[in-house]
Write a protein that binds this ligand. Sequence first.
Ligand SMILES: [Zn+2]
Length: 61
Amino acid sequence: MEKHRHCLNCGISIPPEETFCSERCKDEYVKKRKKIIRSQQIIFFIVFAILAIYIGINIFK
Ligand SMILES: [Zn+2]
């Protein structure tokens, strides 16, 4: 059985020692991940802000 991996970005078959099929694909994947991390940080910040406002309102009642 032939051993191979799949490119983490596009899923194409690649040699087992590789993680991506090309540098371009690697760049794309890193950019995608950064975007996901960034949107998660924004969601976390919004939740934190709402929580802080909620707690603030309740403390000064
Ligand atoms: Zn690829």
